[in-house]
Design a binder for this molecule. Structure first.
Ligand code: SF4
Length: 445
């Protein structure tokens, strides 16, 4: 039987890591990887359900992929991930050509599920309280950065989010499994580890908390940087902050989702912290890690967000001075608590609010980046930019995209780059013109 596998991935880094996990599992089951759907006998689409828009896009793509089944009826077409878990059997009703629907906790049995799906449509959407896949070895894509999921699921139940419903309750991988994965990634030549979890700093395995995990990972040879995403402000303990300061491989950058600067909105979002607590936390992090770069996530137009609430977010962003921010328009998600609440901010106003925040953040990011001019950025080299093969890029310790003229450096080198100029999106070394580096190469502001 032909076993050629093609996986297409949508959504967040967690999904990228899950696809690598599925790939590793199916490699060992005898599947060969192919880069195009038309070469595959098994096509898996690993999906995201975080926004309605993401689902619509995936429906469109599934429509295209069903054509492969018409031409080659033996092809198995499967949907994995959050959308599979969210819609379950409804997905097969909507796309009857689907053979397999598998949720995030069903991957361990993928080889058998695919065999079953060759015979009849198969559904595997039971959530687990214990599955972590800690013992499985992912097949990681090339590059400098290895994604390591250290926990799965979420217990926070923010009212706008369906993650706890589609990825289940919070569980941490055993510390031995995490460290084995870090060592394995180092042996494969990866230079940077990114610990992943919906609330990554809530990690706990017995006595080992997130702080201790960072300290242990910090001792793994070969790895030069350890990043993590996304921590929840309420889970950022003093011990974790001390570890950020003490572990020399943990760079001075923290992505700390704020979501809103208004306490009443934060409360309705059920974020479990107030603006005052968030600000105090930022103060503690900045005192412990001088010069730390902060980035964040913001939602505008949440149900009930008044002009004053929005203003509070605007002021908060200005006062804190984030290096960069992902700003989103609120959109209701069926299954999430807030989807039951009437929307009070119309589309036009949401657009006005998001545009304002993005513009202001661009100004802040530019000032922050310009402040680096003349300094030396330590850059972990990732490769050539898309526009110019003679100009390469990598991330600075502050997680800023840094572009430099290529003079023989290799992917994975850690090099000093003197910052000569800056845009809101990047630091530029001597001889790199701002125009040659497109803002689209790094979509954050
Ligand atoms: S912390 Fe909130 S936003 Fe993040 S995954 Fe959990 S429920 Fe969703």
């Amino acid at each position: 039987m032909e076993r050629r596998l093609y996986i297409e991935t949508y959504g967040c880094q967690m999904n990228v890591a899950d696809s690598e996990l599925m790939q590793g599992l199916l490699d060992r089951a005898g599947y060969t990887r192919v880069e195009r759907a038309d070469e595959a006998d098994v096509i898996l689409v690993n999906t995201c359900a975080i926004r309605e828009h993401a689902e619509q896009r995936i429906y469109g793509r599934l429509g295209e992929l069903t054509r492969h089944k018409l031409r080659r009826p033996g092809v198995v077409l499967g949907v994995a991930g959050c959308m599979a878990q969210h819609l379950r059997a409804k997905l097969i009703e909507r796309v009857p050509q689907l053979d397999l629907v598998v949720g995030p906790d069903g991957y361990r049995h993928l080889p058998e599920l695919i065999d079953e799906a060759r015979e009849e449509p198969t559904l595997a959407v039971r959530l687990s309280r214990v599955e972590t896949y800690g013992d499985l070895v992912p097949a990681r894509a090339d590059g400098v950065r290895a994604w390591v999921s250290i926990m799965r699921g979420c217990d926070k139940f923010c009212t706008f989010c369906i993650v706890p419903y589609v990825r289940g309750r919070e569980r941490s991988l055993p510390v031995g499994d995490v460290l084995r994965q870090v060592e394995h990634a180092a042996a494969e030549g990866f230079r940077e580890i990114v610990f992943l979890g919906q609330t990554v700093n809530a990690y706990r395995d017995g006595d080992v908390d997130f702080a201790e995990l960072l300290a242990r990972a910090n001792r793994v040879e070969g790895i030069v940087r350890i990043r993590f995403t996304s921590p929840h402000p309420s889970d950022m303990s003093d011990r974790a902050i001390e570890a950020l300061a003490a572990c020399e491989k943990v760079p001075p950058h923290v992505h700390l989702p704020l979501q809103s600067g208004s306490n009443s909105v934060l409360e309705r979002m059920r974020r479990t912290y107030t603006m005052e607590e968030y600000t105090a936390l930022v103060g503690r992090i900045r005192r412990a890690v001088p010069g730390v770069a902060l980035s964040t996530d913001i939602i505008v137009g949440f149900p009930g967000e008044t002009a004053e609430d929005f203003e509070a977010t605007r002021v908060a962003m200005r006062r804190i001075g984030f290096e960069s921010a992902f700003v989103f328009k609120y959109s209701p998600r069926s299954g999430a608590r807030s989807a039951e609440w009437p929307e009070t901010v119309d589309e036009e106003e949401k657009t006005r609010r998001i545009t304002l925040l993005i513009e202001e953040q661009k100004g802040t990011s530019l000032l922050k980046n310009q402040a680096d001019i003349g300094s030396i950025a330590q850059v972990l080299v990732e490769g050539p930019t898309r526009r110019n093969p003679l100009e390469w890029f990598g991330k600075s310790a502050h997680f800023k995209t840094t572009v430099f003229p290529h003079r023989g450096e290799s992917v994975g080198d850690l090099i000093p780059v003197r910052v000569a100029s800056a845009t809101p999106h990047a630091l530029l070394g001597e001889g790199v013109r701002a125009a040659s580096f497109a803002a689209t190469e790094d979509a954050t502001v």
